[in-house]
Design a protein around this ligand. Structure first.
Ligand SMILES: NC(=O)c1ccc[n+]([C@@H]2O[C@H](COP(=O)([O-])OP(=O)(O)OC[C@H]3O[C@@H](n4cnc5c(N)ncnc54)[C@H](OP(=O)(O)O)[C@@H]3O)[C@@H](O)[C@H]2O)c1
Length: 334
């Protein structure tokens, strides 16, 4: 089977397609035949490695993670063999491959008619989008500021904020060309946070301040956002795309503001039953057409480097997918 790894840190060109044996699922695991893989921002940072100053670090060889959609073809010891043939989604390592190992206990069931794009959101991206809103927590009528709202997680968060009853949703992005997209997925206002006066634009849209800030950018964006919070406002920090792990000045919190952190792994450990229940809840929202994924690009497996280039250029709106076509004998990629 084909698999993409990297053996040195560096640019997208270090992603290397190789021909390897299919892995065998161990206890608690399943083997999936891959249908599609959602490519996530954080893997571009892992790939850059420690020398780039990246705060995100993984050892070599690099085994990209991804939001895999596939069919269970084999089960490991202790796993219900009735899972074989089931279409599922999973966050997995060594995910850019024709076959992928996944943990059976974190499989998300995929409704049959769901397309690749929606299915690829079920294991990780959509649960993060929902959970950051609930971690805030979002109350009906709240005003919500969602940063990097045109991204994979961001464009789902905009939709979920509205579904959960936010009255005003303001989305930000780092380029003017993304603002129409943010409004199209449901935001009331869209702001280019690459412009120096962006906080004033948020103030114009929310004169009393925002009740919630959802931020995975960090740096000056996070610092300015704290000043935008209304009394009793809550910021949820769930990433640091610009590479700066901020100190939160406690003095900014005296104005009745709070900051909380979120990480999906920590959430799954802390509350596994609810984490699983939320995957099912999200599957129903996608199946009912209440939540929709915009697929920016679907690329074959041998274009994993292009997928990373697009993400690093910050030009995408929505989801980037790798779609491994079944390799046929004689295919140069097989
Ligand atoms: N806590 C968790 O459990 C968890 C889980 C998954 C992902 N995350 C985080 O959630 C965020 C979104 O993930 P995603 O995979 O859906 O990615 P994404 O939003 O599709 O892509 C990342 C976006 O970050 C924005 N960005 C802001 N500053 C940037 C910078 N200095 N360099 C590059 N991009 C920058 C870019 O949008 P603009 O160009 O519009 O600014 C870019 O499109 C990421 O920060 C990720 O690390 C957290």
């Amino acid at each position: 089977m084909r698999r993409v790894r990297y053996y040195t840190y560096g640019g997208p060109e270090v992603l290397t397609m190789e021909d390897v044996e299919q892995p065998t699922p161990q206890a608690g695991q399943v083997l999936l035949r891959t249908e599609a893989v959602g490519v996530n921002f954080v893997d571009t940072r892992f790939r850059r490695g420690p020398g780039s100053g990246s705060i995100f670090q993984r050892p070599l060889p690099g085994r990209p993670t991804g939001d895999v959609v596939g069919t269970v073809t084999q089960t490991g010891p202790g796993v219900d063999p009735q899972l074989i043939g089931r279409r599922v989604a999973a966050l997995a390592e060594d995910a850019y491959a024709d076959f992928v190992i996944a943990e059976a206990r974190w499989l998300a069931s995929v409704p049959d008619h769901l397309d690749h794009g929606d299915a690829s959101m079920l294991a990780m991206s959509a649960p993060v989008a929902l959970r950051i809103l609930r971690a805030a927590p979002l109350n009906r009528g709240d005003t919500v500021l969602i940063h990097s709202a045109a991204g994979g997680i961001g464009h789902l968060t905009v939709q979920l904020a509205k579904l959960l009853g936010a009255s005003i949703v303001i989305g930000t992005a780092g380029a003017p060309g993304k603002l129409d997209f943010i409004r199209a997925v449901g935001a009331d206002s869209a702001v280019d946070y690459a412009q120096p006066g962006w906080p004033d634009q948020v103030r114009a849209a929310a004169p009393k301040g925002v009740d919630i800030v959802l931020d995975a950018v960090g740096g000056p964006v996070l610092q300015s956002s704290l000043d935008l919070l209304a009394p009793f406002g809550r910021a949820v920090v769930y990433g640091a795309a610009n590479g700066e792990l901020e100190q939160i000045p406690v003095v900014k919190l005296f104005a009745l503001r709070s900051v909380t952190g979120f990480n999906l792994t920590a959430w799954r450990h802390a509350n596994p039953d609810q984490a699983r229940q939320e995957m099912d809840e999200l599957a129903k929202l996608f199946a009912a057409g209440q939540l929709r994924t915009t697929v920016h690009a679907s690329l074959p497996l041998n274009q994993a480097a292009t997928a990373h280039e697009i993400i690093e250029s910050r030009s995408h709106t929505g989801r980037i997918l790798l779609v491994p076509a079944a390799p046929t004998p004689g295919d140069p990629q097989s």
